[in-house]
Structures are given as structure tokens and as C-alpha cells.
Design a protein around this ligand. Structure first.
Ligand code: GLV
Length: 360
């Protein structure tokens, strides 16, 4: 619904998703909507949150509910960050520049993807005063990852998000031949090889990911960038503890939105184990299937410092550019605030496991 100038936001993200499917090109939609295999993990990510049932408290003074918190020492309006996702130009003409503006307006952190269609430097220039993190994989040519980590440090990024779920190229079932060739006008200024800067075959570039990377290599990201390292793609408590031992400042629990290995557990189901294993030695974030403010409350109550939002931000961008992405972030934060009030907890750091049946 629109009044011609400002848009009235649909009441649920499911409605926005339906609008985004209409707004996006079929190629873009196939790319962003799909998962790997038969997409059981992609579906399970959403359902698993709903299995955690709330035990609200009543008769607490809820006159001043605040969703604000900090993430790696950075103040944010809500524990809701923008996940790294590829190719925002696929859904919105301004691409990652629109996302950067949205992050400023929602006062949150934008994690810029290595597979962005905009350079780290251009995103930084668009939103110089906001906090940004740079996501990257270790490439077989480690000098290329080193150069990107150095660029992130030089461009004022505040953390490197090192993805560790790239040991094999995923099979994307809904894409012809399992691969994707985006429009040839796209450029990948953070990922493409300097020898082949106009390469638009994202799935081929993904085969440059280094499958030999281990815990011992995590320190390189910090050494190269001078920034704290968030390790993204962890799904087990023992791995999370080893990442923290290796110097990680934070763990991002993720199964890549069900886009990498179908059959992997839902992130909601492994979050308690990982939060327990990390035991406060590092921050824990989680992504995958978070579709409303109650899911955000559940994630924080189970031990996450913040959640990362992937597809819904892209839906917002597809429907209404930066305004749409802001609307998604505000909508989730508003729902979180309402859920907090109705659970009797007026601060994010008071969201604890006893709010969830069977979680303690
Ligand atoms: C990229 O990381 C993707 O999931 O397509």
C-alpha cells in the first residue's frame, strides 16, 4: 500500500516477501530465495525458532522498554544487524549504497559481503560515520584476502567477519546447472581477481575459496586488518570454543541461510550449545530464519548478543530500496520491543533463558 510518497509497511515480513518476489527479476529471485539441496535446512531455520515457546512474566513496570544494546562495543538501536549477502544491485539499482544508507538510519551495523557489487571503499564513503564490518573468505591466493583485509582496516571498517563454511562449492538446486551468472554489467570489486576484474561468474569465483584453511589461520585476518575477527559459519560448541581459543572476538552461528549444505541443523537448535561453550569469552551472533521480533527475543534469550538479518533486508531493498530496508529493520525492532514488554523484560540484557520453556 502506498500513499504516493511514503510507503505503508506491510504488517508481516511474509507479505513483504510476496511483494519482493513480484518486484525482483526472476533471476534475482531464484538466486536469493533458493537454498541448497531440497531446501530442508532453509525451511527448518524458520520453523525451529517457533518451537521455543515463551514463558512471559507479568506485573513488572514496563513503562520504559529499550531495545538498544552494544555489539563489540558499538552502540546499536537493537540487537539486529545486517547480514552479509551478495549482489545488492541484483535487487536494487543503488545496490550496497542503499544498504549503507539504511544502516545509518536504523543505527545498526552493516556487514558488507565479499561478493558485494560495490567496493568496501564506496560503501564507507556513502556512510562514513556508521559502523561497518567486512565479510570475507580466505582465498586460495591468500595475498588477495590479505589485500582485502588491509583495505577493510584502511577504510575504517570495525571488524572482519571471516566466513569458514567454504570448504566446497555448494550445489544450488534452483539455479540452472546449479550455477549463477549474474548480469554482465555487475562487478565484484572485493572478490574478483585483479587479473580478471570483470568476471561476473560468482559461482566460479567461489571456487577460489581456500579449502585448506584451519583454526591456525584465523589470526591472519586480525594481523592483516588490525581488526577484531568474527568467525561466521560455526555450528558446534566445540568449534566455537576453538575459535575463541584462536583469538576470535565473536562467533556468528550460521548455516548460510540453508544455502550451503542441506541437512544441517537449524541455527536456533545449536545456539544454546554454542552459547554454553563460549561461556561469555566472546560474543555470539546468529542468523537464519529470523522473521519477527519474537524470534529476535528468542535468540537473545538463548545467548546471542545480536542476530543478523539476511533475506528480509533484501526483500526490503527489492520493494523500496533503502526505505524498504529501513522499514524491515524498524519493524523487527518494534516487534522486539513489544515482545519484551509482554515478556516483562525492559532491557535487552535481561532477556534470559528462563523466558523459554525447556531452555534452562
Ligand atoms: C553467497 O554467499 C550465497 O549464499 O549466494
Amino acid at each position: 500500500v502506498t500513499d504516493g510518497t511514503s510507503r505503508v509497511f506491510p504488517p508481516t515480513l511474509a507479505e513483504l516477501e510476496a511483494e519482493a518476489e513480484v518486484a525482483a527479476s526472476p533471476a534475482a529471485w531464484d538466486y536469493l530465495a533458493h537454498g541448497s539441496g531440497d531446501e530442508s535446512t532453509m525451511r527448518e531455520n524458520v520453523v525451529a525458532w517457533t518451537r521455543w515457546k515463551l514463558r512471559p512474566q507479568v506485573l513488572r513496570d514496563m513503562g520504559d522498554v529499550r531495545t538498544s544494546t552494544t555489539v563489540l562495543g558499538i552502540d546499536v538501536d537493537a540487537p539486529i544487524l545486517i547480514a552479509p549477502t551478495a549482489m545488492h544491485r541484483f535487487v536494487c539499482d543503488d545496490g550496497e549504497l542503499a544498504t549503507a544508507r539504511a544502516a545509518v538510519r536504523a543505527n545498526t551495523i552493516y556487514i558488507v559481503s565479499m561478493a558485494a557489487t560495490t567496493s568496501l571503499e564506496a560503501v564507507a564513503a556513502e556512510a562514513p560515520d556508521s559502523a561497518r564490518w567486512a565479510q570475507m573468505y580466505m582465498l586460495r591466493d591468500r595475498g588477495r584476502t590479505r589485500a582485502l583485509a588491509e583495505r577493510a582496516g584502511a577504510a575504517g571498517y570495525r571488524a572482519v567477519v571471516a566466513s569458514v563454511d567454504g570448504a566446497a562449492v555448494p550445489r544450488r538446486s534452483r539455479l540452472a546447472g546449479g550455477a549463477l551468472v549474474p548480469p554482465d554489467t555487475f562487478r565484484f570489486p572485493n572478490l574478483a581477481s585483479p587479473d580478471d576484474p570483470h568476471n561476473t561468474n560468482l559461482m566460479a569465483m567461489v571456487s577460489d575459496f581456500d579449502p585448506t584453511v584451519t583454526f591456525d589461520d584465523l589470526a591472519l585476518f586480525e594481523e592483516w586488518s588490525g581488526l577484531p575477527v568474527v568467525v561466521k559459519g560455526v555450528m558446534r560448541g566445540d568449534d566455537a570454543a576453538r575459535c575463541v581459543d584462536a583469538g576470535a572476538a565473536a562467533i556468528a552461528i550460521s548455516n548460510h541461510g540453508g544455502r550451503t549444505l542441506d541437512g544441517v541443523a537449524a541455527t536456533a537448535d545449536v545456539l544454546p550449545e554454542i552459547a554454553d561453550a563460549v561461556a561469555g569469552r566472546a560474543e555470539v551472533y546468529v542468523d537464519g530464519g529470523i522473521r519477527n521480533g519474537v524470534d529476535v527475543l528468542r535468540a537473545v534469550a538463548l545467548g546471542a548478543q545480536a542476530v543478523l538479518i539476511g533475506r528480509p533486508v533484501l526483500w526490503g531493498l527489492a520493494v523500496d530500496g533503502a526505505d524498504g530496508a529501513v522499514a524491515v529493520l524498524h519493524h523487527l525492532a518494534e516487534e522486539l520491543g513489544r515482545a519484551m514488554a509482554l515478556c516483562g523484560r525492559d532491557r535487552v540484557d535481561l532477556l534470559t533463558r528462563d523466558l523459554l520453556l525447556g531452555a534452562t
